[in-house]
Design a protein around this ligand. Structure first.
Ligand code: NDP
Ligand code: MG
Length: 388
């Protein structure tokens, strides 16, 4: 039996993880969860999973509310401070930590978890984009195993046959659905609404990643994530549109064999793989009907080359540059979701903020936090200039 700490339990990935745990309750035991503000959902989880002994609530007001409510009979530990979170992550009873907090907000937990020497299931790509050069060496030094659950990265991980190494790899193709605006150019997208952009054809996800999928910036973040996780030069990775989201990525070897991982678009599939040990975990899944599959592929759109090039520059220069890219994107996406800027301006906010960056080579958690804060201020100035 493995004990699981699920950080970001109240989100979309959290829900998929809970489903896999529920279906494998002889092998997996949910012992702790975290959320930011959605304590209502946290209550539902602890009512369903009686094994939960720890709840970390990040938001201080919601934390107080959660701890003082007496309308339920839960008697576990409720925590809120960073040191309590660190203590929880390192608690001897926990075997697996799922990092499924959305955005740079997940960095703190991921940084702490990297030291833990435990198995981490990584959904929070933003922490790797912003701090890959810091986090990966810490994880390596502490024997912390990072298993990706982002579907493409989990696919690559499976195609690489776990940790066999990458010396025989010729190419890695990261697939992208193309999102709700497949075949539209940026110039067509000026007036799309938030509702349209949140209407992803294949995946039901949190709002931030859904907008990233609509802009295709998600694929650029994933390119950086892949570069760090698999320790390959960015030139190994091609981005290819595959609208059906059935093939989650492809690894081509030096002998000409291409190995892919396929499944219906369902995050429980990569999560079940990552939660397993030697044997696979059974889950209820939609089987593919291979006789009716109609798979297609097309080039990554040429008008996203500028954003792709930024991601490749981040891969090549590393250091704190990823934190700049990530923060600029997070501000741009939030501004679009708040109806402050049009969809097509998300790119402009990223380009202008990225061009104005001034990055230091100081690789510490404090400097990454500083770069994140500073970049957000600069990106908000760009947003303001676009509103006026
Ligand atoms: P959601 O928005 O659905 O959930 C986010 C989770 O993070 C919630 O539990 C939320 O708590 C918590 N959270 C938000 N802000 C904070 C904060 N400041 N401090 C602590 N916790 C916080 O996101 P998703 O589940 O869609 O995505 C999670 C991560 O997984 C992202 O990095 C995303 O890129 C990645 N991912 C997601 C996929 C998907 O299918 N959804 C696919 C591949 C990757 P609360 O509910 O209380 O706000
Ligand atoms: Mg993905």
């Amino acid at each position: 039996m493995k004990n699981v700490l699920l950080l970001g339990a109240t989100g979309s990935i959290g829900e998929s993880v809970l489903s896999v745990i529920k279906q494998n309750n002889e092998d997996l035991n949910l012992i702790g969860i975290s959320c930011n503000k959605n304590t209502g959902k946290a209550r539902e989880i602890i009512a369903e999973f009686k094994s939960v002994g720890y709840v970390h609530v990040e938001d201080p007001i919601k934390y107080k509310d959660f701890c003082t409510k007496t309308d339920y009979d839960w008697r576990g530990d409720c925590t809120n401070t960073s040191s309590e979170l660190e203590h929880l992550i390192n608690h001897e009873s926990i075997d697996i930590i799922v990092c499924a907090i959305s955005g740079f907000a997940g960095m703190k937990a991921m940084y702490m978890a990297a030291y833990s020497g435990k198995k981490i299931l990584l959904a929070n790509k933003e922490s790797i984009v912003a701090g890959g050069d810091l986090i990966l060496p810490i994880a390596r030094k502490n024997n912390t195993q990072i298993i990706p659950i982002d579907s493409e990265h989990n696919a690559i991980f499976q195609c690489l046959n776990g940790e066999k190494g990458t010396e025989d790899v010729k190419k890695v193709i990261i697939t992208a659905s193309g999102g709700p605006f497949l075949n539209s150019s940026i110039s067509d997208l000026e007036n799309v609404t938030v509702k349209q952009a949140l209407n992803h054809p294949n995946w039901k996800m949190g709002s931030k990643i859904t907008i990233d999928s609509a802009t295709l910036v998600n694929k650029c973040l994933e390119l950086i994530e892949a570069k760090y996780l698999f320790d390959l030069h960015e030139s190994f990775f091609d981005l290819v549109i595959h609208p059906q989201s059935i093939i989650h990525s492809i690894v081509t070897y030096i002998d000409g064999s291409s190995i892919c991982q396929m499944s219906s678009p369902d995050m429980r599939v990569p999560i079940a793989h990552a939660l397993s040990d030697a044997n696979r975990l059974p889950i209820d899944f939609d089987p593919l009907d291979f006789t009716s599959l109609n798979l297609s592929f097309q080039a990554f759109p040429s008008d996203r080359i500028e954003i792709e090039n930024i991601a490749r520059e981040v891969c090549n220069k590393g250091s704190n540059l990823g934190a700049v890219f990530n923060a600029a994107n997070e501000v741009a996406v939030a501004s679009f979701l708040n109806d402050e800027i049009n969809f097509d301006k998300i790119y402009e906010v990223i380009y202008r903020t990225f061009d104005a960056n001034d990055v230091s080579n100081d690789l510490s958690i404090d400097s990454i936090n500083d770069i994140d804060k500073h970049t957000r201020i600069e990106a908000k100035k760009v947003v303001k200039s676009l509103i006026n």
